[in-house]
Design a binder for this molecule. Structure first.
Ligand code: PHE
Length: 371
């Protein structure tokens, strides 16, 4: 037997391999070193791979037996590798589960405190102003009977506000031709909060003083009109209520909301459910042009909010029409009352100097944080 007897060399190589691989694989402490150790035996340059290249040089009578031993070693390495790999994964998972559950070295995440939306804040302020004057707060439905939104308030059937162009109809009847017929409409998204005059007058006995804030809907959409917006209705019914009482309440409101001296201006106007009726402007609180000094006038001449007029329209009002009392079963000979309805969005825009109504509804935090 010579030193370079292939059988002897093969057997020696195999024996060394068999003696070393279990330990070598087992000693690895992570996946990377395990894969490297595995490659040292069965990779393209591996020890076992080199041995197998010797096979053709072995004498025929030993080849089969030695081949089987080599294959057995290969299987053994494969199993040891797979078992160790699974063991490492299990150990890693175990360490994760039993380790500390909070990584205190992570930088903290700032929890930003929320606050009320500017619209909600304005609603709360308005409620404060009017409840301190003795008004109750009432809430009503946004999907309203056509009758309560229009008819009982004295709208004639062909009034433009009842037009399909202005109102969102929820339920319309079909006419004889099977076509949607606005004349048969039963429910609409309320187009104003004046529906609450009807509901509360039907439910209460005079005297009464009520405000009713809430959402209303109209088919309108531009920088100063949103198809959904907020109104607050207010009305007071008693004996001997006069237009002066209405003016006094509105003056109080303007001062409380916008500061001492804020002027109120009434212009005659028409609403079917009041007589006489008026539109109310209040002095623009963005430019405060009504102060009259040179600086104020200069600001007014540039003011986009009041369009340089110095006043902004915020509400409609008037003395409650006798027909509304009749529809609600209240004696118009005995009682009088006033009503007003204002756009809360408009108030919020003035309050915060916002020139596009849509900003109030987009809920962009970068915008809201500035108010
Ligand atoms: N409802 C009217 C509107 O939406 C406002 C209004 C309310 C006018 C009460 C008079 C009295 O335009």
């Amino acid at each position: 037997m010579t030193v370079d007897d292939p059988v002897q060399q093969f057997e020696a190589g195999l024996a060394k391999l068999e003696a070393t691989y279990p330990q070598a694989l087992e000693a690895c402490s992570d996946e990377q070193s395990l894969r490297a150790a595995n490659a040292r035996f069965v990779g393209p340059q591996g020890e076992l791979t080199a041995l197998l290249k010797w096979m053709p040089k072995l004498p025929g009578d030993r080849r089969k037996e030695l081949g089987q031993r080599a294959n057995a070693a290969k299987g053994g390495i494969e199993r040891a590798f797979a078992a160790k790999l699974a063991g490492l994964a299990a150990a890693e998972r175990e360490a994760e589960l039993s380790g500390p559950s909070v990584d205190v070295s992570l930088p903290g995440r700032h929890a930003r405190a929320g606050r009320l939306h500017p619209m909600t804040r304005v609603v709360h302020e308005l409620i404060d102003v009017f409840t301190s004057l003795g008004f109750d707060v009432a809430e009503g439905p946004e999907v309203e009977l056509y009758e309560y939104n229009f008819d009982k308030l004295g709208f004639p059937p062909d009034h433009p506000a009842t037009d399909m162009q202005d109102s969102f109809f929820v339920e319309t009847g079909l006419n004889a031709a099977g076509v949607l017929d606005p004349a048969k409409a039963r429910t609409v998204l309320r187009t104003h909060t004046s529906n609450m005059q009807v509901r509360e007058m039907l439910a209460r006995k005079p005297p009464m003083a009520v405000i009713a804030p809430g959402q209303v809907y109209r088919r309108d959409d531009d920088v100063t009109h949103s198809p959904m917006f907020f109104q607050i209705e207010g009305f007071l019914v008693d004996e001997n209520v006069s237009f002066a009482n209405l003016r006094g309440v509105l003056a109080r409101f303007a001062e409380r909301m916008f500061g001492e001296g804020t002027p109120v201006r009434l212009r005659p106007s028409y609403f079917p459910f009041v007589e006489p009726g008026a539109e109310v402007d209040i002095g623009c609180m963005i430019c405060r042009g009504w102060r009259g000094d040179a600086e104020a006038r200069a600001r007014q001449s540039q003011c986009r909010v009041c369009k340089t007029t110095g006043f902004v329209e915020v509400l409609g009002c008037g003395m409650i029409h006798p027909v509304v009392f009749q529809h609600a079963g209240i004696d118009p000979e005995k009682y009088t009352g006033f009503a007003f309805g204002m756009g809360i969005d408009r108030i919020a825009m003035l309050r915060y100097g916002v020139t596009d109504i849509r900003l109030l509804y987009e809920n962009d935090v970068r915008f809201l944080e500035q108010l």
